[in-house]
Design a protein around this ligand. Structure first.
Ligand code: SAM
Length: 308
């Protein structure tokens, strides 16, 4: 069950989409004074090395964050930038990643726990609850988070995030962001996400729920956004659905048996319930830029739809 390690995929195109949207959503939610509770149900290890054994083997960041960073600030003096005027949310994302690195380097990649923690406010008493079940990654996460000395602001649990979330809804401040980002290595993750959203909307209908999913030729993966749309509509809550596909690229071969969410993954989606009203406009600018920069040819593209 635990074959998935996010370290192989850190900084890939799916992380670019996911983390760009996560930052944009958090920026909006932290504008209000009241405390925000953030729950990351599938946290991963928290921090990754892009030049380490895992990421170095798969090289997925080369088609993700590294490519985007190079398009905005090419290495080498006098080189023209492929993306001289990035959308504000893309610049914000690149600035966030750069903040974990020495100037001019891109060796460390922050996972969702570290991105979220950076944006939490001490004075507002925002809180972050992290769940990670992988024995190695949960240890790494706990050790990484301990170094932050964030005290009671951040809590790490080696437990099932789908189950653990229930205890935190509704939060005392009545303001919450929930990130649900499973690895989908087992088929049951798809119905579990739907059930989790259905249950969470009953417990706390006004929370902001963010679901990442892989766009792959599997009925469950196609069904998931449709199901989430139905659940949001039934609850009378607004939603937003964005996808990014980088395409196959020349000479791409499908390796039978290759993990569907592994290096073969060419597209992913984000479904947000109760999104900030600013998110749609921000993505209308950012998504075409991401396709231009990260697109590899056949099958590349993006989509953006929202309720209302
Ligand atoms: N959210 C992370 C980020 O953006 O940096 C990446 C998370 S990764 C896609 C999914 C993680 O969920 C893996 O590390 C996996 O071990 C973990 N996991 C799988 N099933 C879980 C469960 N039921 N509860 C908590 N964690 C789980």
């Amino acid at each position: 069950m635990f074959s998935y390690r996010h370290a192989f995929h850190a900084g890939n195109h799916a992380d670019v989409l996911k983390h760009t949207m996560l930052i944009a959503i958090l920026r909006h939610l932290t504008q209000k004074d009241a405390a925000l509770m953030v729950v990351d149900t599938h946290a991963g290890a928290g921090l990754y090395r892009l030049d380490g054994d895992y990421a170095g083997t798969s090289g997925e960041a080369a088609d993700g964050v590294l490519k985007l960073a190079m398009a905005v600030s090419p290495a080498g003096k006098g080189k023209p930038a492929a993306l001289p005027d990035p959308a504000p949310i893309l610049q914000d994302y690149l600035d966030m990643v750069a903040g974990f690195n020495k100037a001019g380097e891109l060796k460390v990649y922050p996972g969702s726990p570290f991105i979220i923690q950076q944006l939490l406010r001490e004075e507002a008493r925002d809180k972050l609850k992290l769940f990670e079940m992988h024995p190695t990654d949960s240890k790494a996460l706990a050790a990484n988070i301990a170094q932050l000395q964030a005290g009671r602001q951040v809590a790490v649990a080696r437990a099932d995030g789908f189950e653990g979330l229930k205890a935190f809804l509704p939060p005392p401040s009545r303001r919450a962001l929930v990130l649900i980002d499973p690895s989908y290595e087992i088929k049951s993750d798809y119905p579990k996400v739907s059930a989790c959203i259905q249950d969470s909307l009953k417990r706390f209908a006004t929370g902001t729920y963010v679901v990442w999913y892989p766009v792959i030729p599997r009925p469950e993966a196609h069904e998931l956004p449709r199901r989430l749309k139905t659940l949001a509509n039934q609850a009378g809550k607004p939603w937003l659905h964005a996808t990014l596909a980088i395409g196959q690229g020349e000479g791409a071969v499908h390796i039978p048996g290759e993990r569907e969410h592994g290096p073969g993954l060419t597209a992913s989606g984000m479904f947000v319930i109760n999104p900030p009203h600013t998110l749609r406009g921000a993505l209308q600018v950012a998504l075409p830029q991401l396709v231009n920069v990260l697109g590899r040819g056949r099958g590349q593209g993006q989509s953006l739809e929202a309720s209302g």
